[in-house]
Design a binder for this molecule. Structure first.
Ligand SMILES: O=C(CO)[C@@H](O)[C@H](O)COP(=O)(O)O
Length: 247
């Protein structure tokens, strides 16, 4: 399991220092919002370029934007280690994912809560990660949508069936379990916290396309812990476990 704290709850006037505060996280989750795909505006490519210059951890860029086919490759080109586009906004997701990978980034597809996974299962060989939103994209601090957990399970089962090495990410309103709740089996984690594994270079999925070059992972690659979900949410509030996430 990996933790990717979102900088949405950070002090935007002091992002370099805020990134330093999460230097023991696996990733920094960067919420890019364009006020079109979602009704909120955050930051864009110039800020991400600046963050890449100072970040002690790789950037997990979640693009909540229209027309990712046009805009997302530039994030990969800038050096973002993971670039997530929303399937609801993508015109040619296969081509886009291949472009991201060709730039050396991990390619990820995000699903809004109302978007089913099944129609997109065949995209798995083109992807390094699937993000299942557990809030409506656009704002932090919303209520966790437990009805998304079956989708998380569905994705994980499809990944197992397909045999690729695709990470599953969940995003939105993770909080520590109430202290009164009985201990449950399986690992839990909170953010920020120590890395649970030494960094390794993740291999490409064996099914990657021969026509489009899939570059070797670079030193920008992040630790791989498969097939557990990676979680993003408020720094200090991440909590997840294999097979599901509990609010
Ligand atoms: O993408 C988003 C919101 O659109 C998330 O990454 C939020 O930043 C999560 O914040 P919390 O739900 O944990 O407050």
């Amino acid at each position: 399991m990996q933790i990717s704290p979102s900088i949405l709850s950070a002090d935007f006037a002091d992002l370099a220092a805020e990134l330093d505060r999460i230097s023991n996280a696996d990733w920094a989750h960067v919420d890019v919002m364009d006020a079109h795909f979602v009704p909120n505006l955050t930051l864009g490519l110039p800020v991400v370029e600046s963050l890449l210059r100072v970040s002690p951890v790789p950037l997990d860029c979640h693009l909540m934007i229209d027309d990712p086919d046009r805009w997302a490759p530039a994030y990969a080109e800038a050096g973002a280690q993971s670039v997530t586009f929303h399937i609801e906004a993508a015109r040619d997701p296969v081509r886009l994912a291949r472009e991201l990978r060709a730039q050396g980034a991990r390619a990820a597809m995000a699903l809004k809560p109302a978007t089913p996974f099944a129609p997109y299962e065949q995209l798995l060989p083109e992807l390094d990660m699937v993000l299942v939103m557990t809030v409506e994209p656009g704002f932090g601090g919303q209520a966790f949508m437990a009805d998304q957990l079956p989708k998380v399970q569905q994705v994980r089962e499809a990944v197992r069936r397909t045999g690729g090495e695709v990470w599953v990410q969940v995003d939105g309103e993770f909080r520590p379990a109430p202290s009164s709740s009985a201990p449950r089996p399986g690992p839990t984690c909170s953010s920020p916290g120590p890395r649970s594994t030494a960094p390794t270079t993740p291999p490409r999925p064996s099914t990657s396309c021969a026509r489009w070059p899939t570059p070797a992972r670079t030193e920008r690659a992040a630790p791989q812990v498969l097939p557990e979900p990676i979680c993003s949410g408020r720094a200090g509030a991440g909590l997840c476990e294999p097979g599901g996430v509990r609010p």
